[in-house]
Design a protein around this ligand. Structure first.
Ligand code: NAI
Length: 462
């Protein structure tokens, strides 16, 4: 069998980016992938297809709610669900084929099948054993289910099944008010489903800025979503077309039942390491089933690395990509590095939600004095013109040095705006640096500048 410098296991955003960087650095590289197409969860059943459905359903929402206000009259479009799914599949195809092209261009071999590691330096795919000086595990994650909840991917679905439902449900129950639940809940709510989100905690999107959580939930409610908070789902009982969801309210232990045509289970994901043979190899794991790695992403076994959702940290495609590039550089004898303090998070609802760095909560816990600069999109001309005046930009800066420590945005294009702040943080910028930077008018970005101004002498349009 061919000998490789590197074999990457898994062709998701962590694995394929890692492989491309390895090839660019002159390493003979192969990727093992058992799916029919490259790109992993993100491109096939995650980020990309959900964005296609978010875009389509947002367009419908605009037509239904805002077109007439702008003088665009006429019947609003009806939904051809089959065509919407075909559009989504086309988007997936374009992206996954794009990775195949990049593999060919970079002379990366695709070893088709599911891989295992019989010993350090060896990767088995089917009956073939390949030799590799370095192995990088990038096998990703899978939805984690709940006890008492049987997923059939038809009536009780994970995000995978939710991307290809037979029809748009009349009633949908979403278990978990995290990123997946709210993005896909938004899709079906805009397409006409009555969506009820059941969440264990008292706030949506755990870990986010508390003000963002409240504003976000208020906006989603206004858009038509219902929430049952502080409720632990006990079980689901499904027939071929319907399901009953039983939950217990934490405050008084009372049990309730709600019916739905579709139940989306969105209660988190867990590392996917099945069949790799890690136990036999003696690879150290964390208590949460993640692969333990050092600062160079190497496991306790020399020459075996791991990146992305299988290791600790947020389960985000871009975190995996950064680790992929950095691990490739480590393998090539360079000094790959990831700044875990500046990894943005984005929820692609309307409005979008984005965050980076510290929250007020984490700063309080650390006892670090900070100041808050906040600016509402109501004071932003562009946002008002586009019916996007809801939400705000909040910048947290060190009280004494003015250095930016974190940012929280809910509003139009939040997922794009956050990067200006990420770059500023990478350069160790002060809020004043952003405030003194000329921002084009009229743009949403001006709201970021105004929030930075609010950390100093004050915003202009507040
Ligand atoms: P999540 O961890 O974001 O949210 C799960 C929610 O379920 C939590 O709020 C939790 O309190 C709740 N929950 C857990 N057990 C429950 C129970 N028995 N009853 C009621 N509620 C319960 O997980 P999610 O949304 O499934 O996403 C998985 C991963 O995928 C996350 O790490 C997320 O960051 C990532 N992802 C990121 C996206 C993005 O960056 N836009 C998009 C989709 C997924």
């Amino acid at each position: 069998m061919a000998n490789y410098d590197v074999i990457v296991i898994g062709a998701g955003p962590g694995g394929y980016v890692c492989a491309i960087r390895c090839a660019q650095l002159g390493l003979k590289t192969a990727v093992v992938e058992g799916r029919e197409t490259l790109g992993g969860t993100c491109l096939n059943v995650g980020c990309i297809p959900s964005k296609a459905l978010l875009h389509a359903s947002h367009s419908l929402h605009e037509a239904q709610h805002n077109f007439a206000k702008m003088g665009l009259k006429g019947k609003s479009p009806s939904v051809d669900w089959k065509q919407m799914l075909a559009y989504k599949d086309d988007v997936i195809g374009q992206n996954t084929k794009g990775i195949e092209f990049l593999f060919k261009k970079n002379k990366i071999d695709w070893l088709k099948g599911w891989g295992s590691i019989p010993a350090a330096g060896k990767v088995q795919v089917g009956d073939e054993v390949h030799e590799a000086k370095n192995i990088i595990i990038a096998s990703g994650s899978e939805p984690s289910s709940l006890p008492g909840v049987d997923v059939d991917e038809k009536v009780v679905v994970t995000s995978t099944g939710a991307l290809e439902l037979g029809k748009i449900p009349k009633k949908m129950v979403v278990i978990g008010a995290g990123v997946i639940g709210l993005e896909l809940g938004s899709v079906y709510s805009r397409l006409g489903a009555e969506v009820t989100v059941i969440e264990f905690l008292d706030a949506i999107t755990p870990g986010m800025d508390a003000e963002v959580q409240k504003t976000f939930q208020r906006i989603l409610k206004k858009q038509g979503m219902s929430f049952v908070m502080g409720a632990a789902v006990q079980k689901t009982e499904a027939t071929k077309t319907k399901a009953k969801v039983t939950y217990k309210l934490r405050k008084d232990d009372t049990e309730h039942v709600i019916e739905a045509d579709t139940v989306l289970v969105a209660t988190g994901r867990r590392p996917f390491v099945d069949g790799l043979g890690l136990e036999k190899l003696g690879i150290e794991m964390t208590q949460r089933g993640q692969i333990k790695v050092g600062s160079d992403w190497q496991t306790n076994i020399a020459g075996i690395y791991a990146i992305g959702d299988v290791i600790e940290g947020p389960m985000l495609a871009h975190k995996a990509e950064d680790e992929g590039m950095a691990a490739a550089e480590q393998v090539a004898g360079k000094h790959g590095h990831v700044n875990y303090g500046v990894i943005p998070g984005v929820i692609y609802t309307t409005p979008e939600v984005a965050n980076v760095g510290e929250t007020e909560q984490t700063l309080k816990e650390a006892g670090r004095p900070y100041k808050v600069g906040k600016f509402s999109f109501m004071g932003n001309g562009r946002a008002k013109a586009n019916f996007q005046g809801e939400g705000f930009v909040k910048i947290l800066a060190d009280k004494d040095t003015d250095r930016i420590l974190g940012a929280h945005i809910i509003g139009p294009a939040a997922g794009e705006l956050i990067h200006e702040i990420c770059v500023a943080m990478e350069f160790g910028a002060a809020a004043e640096d952003l405030a003194l930077t000329c921002h084009a008018h009229p743009t949403y970005s001006e709201a970021v500048r105004e929030a930075a101004l609010a950390c100093g002498d004050g915003p202009i349009h507040a």
